[in-house]
Ligand binder design. Structure first.
Ligand code: SF4
Length: 201
């Protein structure tokens, strides 16, 4: 039975991470939603009946689909969807890294910045003005301090903010690709993705 996982490599590895299993009853699995469209999580849910296999081996201790407010300590594997767009993302990414043994950069937005990073070509003021002041919505004018998270000057991929152990590209990664990675991680194996599973988009 797979159990506690410890990362071996201090440096990020592509495409896999070596892990060591110890004796806890179940792997503690988390999924995190940062600056992404949730499509990677939808693809995760498309594991369908494999979710039952996963539930045999892992406890989902944090996830937007489980609506748990606080990221817990002692997480074995954390899948992180989305880029780092604002100060809330930054804080949570650091917390995830601090409290997780294996951090997976989950999907193209986390791996490269992808769609959210399109705004990097624009000035931050231009983005805020266009969306919140001159756009079609009815957002109130004035300071957004303490109302919404503060945008970072540039959107960043996850590995530019915290150390990442496994990169899982794809927009979104297919369920087959997700299963190839997750099924290896929860039994303590290195993630070996075939070349066809290392593509972007
Ligand atoms: S990688 Fe694609 S599917 Fe995943 S969050 Fe980004 S845009 Fe959405």
């Amino acid at each position: 039975m797979p159990n506690r996982i410890e990362p071996i490599h201090p440096e990020p590895t592509l495409p896999g991470a070596k892990v060591v299993i110890s004796n806890a009853p179940k792997v503690r699995l988390a999924t995190v939603w940062l600056g992404g469209c949730s499509g990677c999580h939808m693809s995760f849910l498309d594991l369908d009946e494999k979710l039952l296999d996963l539930a045999e081996l892992a406890d989902l201790v944090y996830s937007p689909i489980a609506d748990i407010k606080e990221f817990p300590h002692n997480v074995d594997v954390a899948l992180v969807e989305g880029a780092i767009c604002n100060n809330d993302h930054l804080e949570l990414a650091r917390q995830v890294r601090e409290r997780s043994k294996i951090v997976v950069s989950f999907g193209d937005c986390a791996v490269t910045g992808n769609v959210p990073s399109l705004r990097n070509a624009l000035g931050l003021d231009d983005v805020l003005t266009n969306v919140y002041h001159e756009g079609p919505g009815k957002a109130p004018h004035g300071s957004a301090d303490h109302v919404m998270p503060q945008l970072l000057p540039k959107v960043l991929p996850l590995h530019q903010v915290v150390q990442v152990d496994v990169f899982l590209p794809g927009c979104p990664p297919s369920p087959e690709r997700i299963w190839a990675a997750v099924s290896s991680l929860i039994v303590g194996d290195a993630v070996i993705l075939e070349p066809a599973m290392r593509t972007f988009g």
